[in-house]
Design a binder for this molecule. Structure first.
Ligand code: HEC
Length: 271
């Protein structure tokens, strides 16, 4: 096959043994995550668009980068692919005068893809541009946290499959190899709003304005915020209004983020 042949000759044998000079740190992952969302997800994203763009011509489909085909390559090989592209395929070259660091970070990020956490999934969501719908939702949540009326809202809203934001998230999730297929059916980010009725180190139970209660699991990866400031789980009290962004696995909701109002921390009593 032509593309396969081109893939072999495009790779200098010295590439295999190149050493990655960048340490795999959280910081590096985050920078690379944004970079990936910008430059790579468009192709290494959802398999349908890959099909449309490349499946019909001589091009290879953009592969799922968390599979062994890619993961078994050396760091140097992946670096070389990013810098030089793959000739006679849809994979462009991203190399330039000053790109080596970015490319090595992308190598680190690709190494990390198979172990992405739910919290990181949420971070990826926040990296994609916001739709007007999502901005409105943020406003509603902010209002609720600061004591506003929530009677018009349902307790748990799941972003619809049709919403632009959710589609973007799903595209990214597929790109990053998160439960492809399952993602569409079950893996929406759920937004839970309510008043805390109990909280432990491993779960939080909230009561919504319609009287229903819901328990969400807390993990070591769960992040806690008061407004935009990071807090600890200990600072969340019974009676606090909270907004929880959670992912669903089977019957369980697991919190990626729990937010309380910024006002409460400044001394306003809870409800
Ligand atoms: C225009 C579409 C497109 C974009 C944008 C793109 N790729 Fe690719 N990529 C492809 C295609 C198509 C292939 C498969 C080529 C082949 O196998 O012949 C590929 C292959 C790869 C491979 C090799 C996979 C393997 O193991 O065989 C890596 C690694 C890769 N891309 C990383 C990236 C990164 C990182 C970015 C962003 C900086 C990116 N790609 C952007 C289309 C794209």
């Amino acid at each position: 096959m032509l593309a396969a042949y081109a893939r072999d000759i495009a790779m200098p044998s010295s590439a295999k043994t190149l050493k990655n000079p960048i340490r795999l740190s959280l910081y590096v992952q985050h920078g690379a995550m944004a970079h990936f969302a910008d430059h790579c997800a468009v192709c290494h994203a959802d398999n349908d668009s890959g099909q449309t763009m490349f499946g019909k011509g001589m091009y290879q489909k953009p592969p799922d980068l968390r599979q062994s085909r890619t993961q078994n390559r050396t760091d140097g090989e992946i670096f070389s692919i990013i810098e030089n592209g793959i000739r006679m395929s849809g994979m462009p070259a991203f190399g330039g005068a000053d790109t080596a660091d970015d490319s090595w970070k992308l190598v680190n990020f690709i190494r990390h893809l198979p172990q992405l956490t739910p919290a990181e999934e949420t971070q990826i969501e926040s990296l994609s541009p916001k739709s007007p719908e999502e901005l409105q939702e943020e406003k509603d949540e902010e209002q609720f946290l600061n004591g506003g009326d929530s009677s018009a809202k349902t307790a748990t809203r799941r972003n619809g499959k049709g919403s632009l934001t959710m589609r973007r998230v799903l595209v990214l999730m597929v790109a990053l190899g998160i439960f492809v297929g399952v993602a569409y059916a079950h893996n929406g980010i759920q937004h839970v709003m309510g008043t805390v009725t109990s909280i432990t180190d491993s779960s939080i139970t909230v009561k919504a304005s319609d009287g229903s209660t819901l328990t969400v699991l807390l993990t070591g990866d769960t992040k806690y915020f008061s407004g935009t400031e990071t807090i600890t789980v200990k600072e969340i009290k019974i009676g606090d209004r909270v907004v929880i962004h959670a992912t669903r696995t089977g019957d369980h909701l697991t919190a990626a983020e729990v937010k309380i109002g910024a006002m409460r921390m400044k001394g306003m009593p809870g409800e």
